[in-house]
Design a binder for this molecule. Structure first.
Ligand code: SAM
Length: 187
């Protein structure tokens, strides 16, 4: 059966992330992916979870407390500043996810932007372990979403094939700008 977008994003990470890894959620939002990553890496791993929006940080914090997990570092800053928060220079990421767009049920004018998204992706790819995976869930129906989508496809289609494999997964017959996945594996 064909998997839905968010299920497939998690399936890809389940397959590549190991217990004990340091991993990244570039867009915490309501914390669903952060909590999912927390379970994947286990108590010896760590999740770095970014969001610029206070409401997202509070919502994710609430989920962390409800689930009593101790392996998440929540950071209220833009994901392009990732390198400022890496625990040690030798740290490598076992995997990462970015859910692009706006926070559902919140201020729709706070959206991810092409420049910061591309810088964050570049930094994430630098820090990824070999065989590590960066999964992007691209929502593009909002104001500015089309520009971000185009910038992403332009940048990722030029990544060196010897160093990265880039997959696109999405449904082509759904209405209203359906989201799709871009997954980048470091070789
Ligand atoms: N993954 C989330 C979840 O499981 O609920 C949904 C994320 S939502 C689609 C996108 C989030 O990106 C919003 O919460 C927004 O505040 C955040 N965001 C926008 N620009 C950002 C930036 N430069 N750095 C970090 N987060 C950003």
């Amino acid at each position: 059966m064909l998997q839905r977008i968010l299920d497939y994003a998690h399936f890809l990470l389940e397959d590549s992330v190991q217990q004990g890894d340091v991993v990244l959620d570039g867009t915490a939002g309501n914390g669903h992916d952060t909590l999912f990553l927390s379970q994947l890496v286990g108590e010896n791993g760590e999740v770095l979870s970014f969001d610029i929006q206070e409401q997202a940080i509070l919502s994710t914090e609430q989920k962390i407390n409800e689930n009593n997990v101790k392996n998440i570092t929540l950071i209220q800053d833009s994901h392009d500043k990732l390198k400022n928060y890496i625990p040690e220079p030798s740290t490598r990421l076992g995997g990462a996810i970015f859910n692009l767009g706006y926070l559902p049920g919140s201020d729709k004018s706070i959206v991810t932007k092409p420049d910061t998204t591309l810088t964050a992706i570049q930094n994430t790819l630098d820090l990824l372990k070999p065989q590590g995976l960066l999964v992007l869930v691209v929502y593009h129906g909002h104001h500015g979403g089309q520009e971000e989508k185009e910038a992403l496809l332009k940048y990722l289609s030029k990544l060196e094939q010897k160093e990265f494999s880039v997959l696109r997964y999405g449904f082509v017959n759904q209405a209203n700008n359906p989201p799709f996945i871009l997954a980048i594996e470091k070789k």
